[in-house]
Ligand binder design. Structure first.
Ligand SMILES: [Ca+2]
Ligand SMILES: [Ca+2]
Length: 186
């Protein structure tokens, strides 16, 4: 009769357990695959870091005012004998006729001597035509109030779909209501 040693079963168990552990830890196994970060993710992270440190390109500007027809200059005095002559207005960009292209309104300014003689047109309005060309339509548009323009605001105050102008000036302001709707219907 053959006898079995009492340590034969634990040794076999330890051998199987050790073999299973080594099999699971071999390179390329599924167990290691779950622990190690996938290579594509590392490449994506390094690429994102490189992009975040890259500087954006610097825009290049060119003065095309004369070429575009914007030839009216802002009025001011170089003498600066009066405080008011040190103040100047600005510009507004808006689509005055709803043709899809922005037009330009500029505050003209004035001087003390010119204001005493009646002042100047408070604003100049340029309509944007084709090919980035602008036409002075100040007189045709009825923006004929004279004085000393200081600033301009653009808003559709009566909510008729056409932007209106409010011009501030020394000695008085003016509200220009855009009548484009009435003209287009007649
Ligand atoms: Ca327009
Ligand atoms: Ca309006």
């Amino acid at each position: 009769m053959r006898l079995r040693t009492p340590r034969a079963r634990p040794s076999l168990f330890l051998f199987l357990a050790l073999s299973a552990t080594l099999w699971a830890q071999r390179p390329g196994s599924s167990a290691l695959g779950r622990l190690a970060p996938p290579p594509p993710a590392k490449q994506a992270a390094s690429g994102k870091k490189a992009n975040s440190t890259a500087k954006p390109p610097v825009p290049i500007f060119k003065d095309i005012a004369q070429q575009a027809g914007l030839t009216v200059s802002h009025l001011s005095s170089n003498e600066k004998r009066y405080v008011i002559e040190s103040m100047s207005g600005g510009v507004g960009l808006f689509d005055c006729d709803n043709d899809g292209k922005l037009d330009i309104v500029m505050v003209n300014g004035s001087t003390v001597d010119r204001y005493r003689q009646g002042g100047d047109l408070m604003v100049t309005l340029w309509h944007q035509d084709a090919d980035l060309k602008f036409t002075d339509i100040t007189q045709k548009a009825g923006l004929t109030r004279k004085g000393w323009g200081m600033g301009v605001a653009v808003a559709d105050f009566d909510n008729d779909g056409f932007l209106d102008l409010y011009v501030t000036g020394y000695g008085g302001n003016v509200l220009y209501r855009n009548k484009a709707t009435a003209r287009s219907r007649t």
